[in-house]
Design a protein around this ligand. Structure first.
Ligand SMILES: [Zn+2]
Length: 254
């Protein structure tokens, strides 16, 4: 068995749908192939997360009846009881497949929203910790030409640093924080009497726009632009914060 075949059969193996000969061949391949074994481990992990984190509901009898009624009667070898049995089998397969797809979609949505919520909560924790502690600013300067080189020297990316004083946001400086176990640039602004932290990290393929949220009374706004992901945290009003983070992410002129 080669990797191509193993990949194609791993999901079926996982669901117990392979015969003994194919199972054995796949198991032998998995013993000798780290890539395929890793893929199988990922599938195991996803499976157990779905089991743990998504609710399971048995289909009500009426729904089951409706689905079965919708299915055409397929008779592989003429009419009669065989046809009836085939119909029941295909109904079961259809319901099983639908449930699997539904669980997958629901599970993916749950995991994603959980990740986003976790990120917003982490950003707020960073903000609160910095505000309460003495470590709010590591490079104190309102000059973007001082702040940007300092950040570039600390990080493996170079976040845009923009002065937004014309809009009432005064750049105070920057520091480093961690989000999702990776170092991020934190730009520190002041807007009227509000402290504003803006966490910046490179955007990835997984980055997607996230609606504003509130965590422990702090507003969190998110934007993607200039190749970066931007999270702004403040007790300033949500609409002010959302407009600000959008300008930071998109206004390349400044
Ligand atoms: Zn392989």
């Amino acid at each position: 068995m080669n990797c191509h075949e193993a990949t194609a059969l791993t999901a079926a193996y996982h669901d117990g749908e392979l015969g003994p000969a194919q199972s054995l061949a796949l198991e032998q391949h998995l013993v000798g192939c780290a890539d395929c074994a890793a893929r199988r481990a990922e599938l195991d992990a996803l499976h157990s997360r779905l089991r743990k984190e998504t609710p399971y509901h048995a289909a009500p009898g009426a729904l089951r009846e409706r689905i079965i009624a919708m299915l055409p009667v397929v008779a592989p070898s003429g009419a009669g009881s065989g046809g009836q049995r085939w119909r029941w089998l295909s109904a079961g397969a259809f319901a099983g497949a639908a449930a699997t797809v539904f669980a997958w979609v629901l599970g993916t949505a749950l995991l994603e929203s959980r990740d986003v919520d976790a990120l917003a909560a982490e950003a707020v924790s960073d903000h609160v910790r910095a505000t309460l502690g003495k470590r709010q600013i590591e490079v104190a300067s309102s000059d973007q030409h001082t702040v940007k080189p300092w950040l570039s020297s600390q990080l493996d990316f170079s976040p845009p640093v923009k002065d937004q004083a014309a809009d009432g946001f005064t750049l105070l400086g920057a520091r480093l924080d961690y989000l999702d176990r990776h170092p991020v640039a934190t730009l520190v602004y002041r807007y009227r009497q509000h402290g504003v932290d803006v966490f910046v990290r490179p955007a990835t393929r997984a980055s997607r726009p996230t609606p504003p949220t509130t965590v422990r009374g702090f507003n969190v706004s998110h934007a993607i632009g200039t190749g970066m992901e931007w999270w702004a945290v403040s007790d300033a009003s949500p609409d002010v914060l959302a407009a600000f983070v959008e300008r930071l992410a998109h206004d390349d002129a400044r």
